[in-house]
Design a protein around this ligand. Sequence first.
Ligand code: NDP
Length: 262
Amino acid sequence: MKALAVFGNPISHSKSPRIHNYAIKSLGLNAFYTRYLLDDEKDLRARLFALSLDGANITVPFKKQALDCADFKDDLALKIGSANTLLVKNNKIYAYNTDALGFLQAISSFKDIKKALILGAGGTARAIAFALLSKGVDVCVANRSSANLEAFSFCKTSLYDDLQDFEFECVINSTSAGLNNDDLPCKKELLSEILKNANFAFDVIYGKETAFLKLCKSLNVHCKDGLDMLLWQAVFAFELFFNIKDREREIAQAMYEAIALK
Ligand code: NDP
């Protein structure tokens, strides 16, 4: 039986055990998936071995440590600088990042994007930036402060206050603004100016209609929340855990059903 888990802090809210266990049952696999609250990132590697896990998802705030503690690092995870999926095989840890692929799948209905603006410069923004660049999209990352922008030397960057270009087909909110409040990621006037030219918008936050999404809707911009990204990163992680291919739709269907359960 495979033993799987998600590590984070906090972790009690995580939907990962529910969606993975539901998919495990639906596909008739022999495994279980549980959750672990981690206090100290330095314990991650030892905990994976002590619990005899075969794989794990890693969430906030340990994704960078997940990459650092691994013996083998997938190219995309290395570029992004963080991992959300770990496999344990023969006493070695293998690190992957499925957030980028999950994002691309989530926006697959967004057509003809040549230029995209990412709001926010954290770990999620890096995954999204590499995902878009891999599709040949011209990416600009804008943020409220400069420190985190320094990690984006591979694309255009700007402080919100210095932004000169307002023409983007797609605008992505990758900040946590709006997660626990009604804040917008930047000033409403600036965001409205940018959204007026956009065809598509995406908010990484899921489970609520954020102020960002409300503004997009008021300006008739086609928009999505982050639920599909969450779901598809889980589908791709699941495929890695079980080394299965070509059953994406079946896994996704099971995971959608799990999320719909009350
Ligand atoms: P980080 O802490 O790495 O980065 C947060 C970013 O948001 C920084 O750029 C920060 O700016 C900015 N920010 C935070 N608060 C505000 C605010 N009030 N106004 C404007 N900017 C703000 O976070 P992550 O990248 O790890 O996560 C970001 C979001 O993505 C979270 O809400 C998380 O839940 C969500 N997420 C969703 C996923 C999904 O599957 N849908 C997957 C992973 C994450 P500064 O640099 O100035 O501090």
